[in-house]
Design a protein around this ligand. Structure first.
Ligand code: SF4
Length: 132
């Protein structure tokens, strides 16, 4: 990873990492996009997403991976499984695993909404207007 970072700085190209390892990504990226079931759930500056995650899936990921530099702590997995993409649910794709799910979430797929460069796809963060 250090060699890639050195090359990137020297030659000035961009690197796109696709990984499940949140602790690695936290040290080697400027921007972070959290994907779930083929959709972007949260996008923002890496530090912002790590320090102030908004989406319940991002919060779950933070609890599921050890920190490379932080204190040791018990890890907590995200219960359940991703939805079938052959026959996806009507509402939020994370609804079946989300601790904050509501009826609204099961009925309506949330949009990705950008607030000041930090985008989130969640009714909890961006409540639907009644005329949506
Ligand atoms: S829209 Fe609802 S189910 Fe989906 S992540 Fe947000 S709170 Fe959870």
């Amino acid at each position: 990873m250090r060699q890639v970072e050195n090359l990137r700085r020297r030659l000035g190209f961009a690197v796109l990492f696709v990984t499940h390892d949140m602790s690695v990504v936290s040290h080697f990226s400027d921007r972070l996009a959290v994907m779930y079931a083929g959709e972007f759930m949260e996008i923002g500056g890496t530090r912002t997403v790590f320090d102030q995650p908004r989406h319940p899936y991002s919060l779950g990921l933070m609890d599921a991976f050890p920190s490379l530099v932080g204190a040791r702590r018990e890890l907590v997995g995200i219960p359940g499984n991703p939805p079938s993409l052959v026959s996806p649910p009507t509402g939020c794709l994370f609804a079946a695993r989300c601790p904050s799910v509501t009826e609204e979430c099961r009925l309506h797929r949330p949009e990705l909404v950008d607030l000041d460069g930090h985008a989130t796809r969640c009714h909890l963060v961006n409540p639907r207007r009644s005329d949506d």
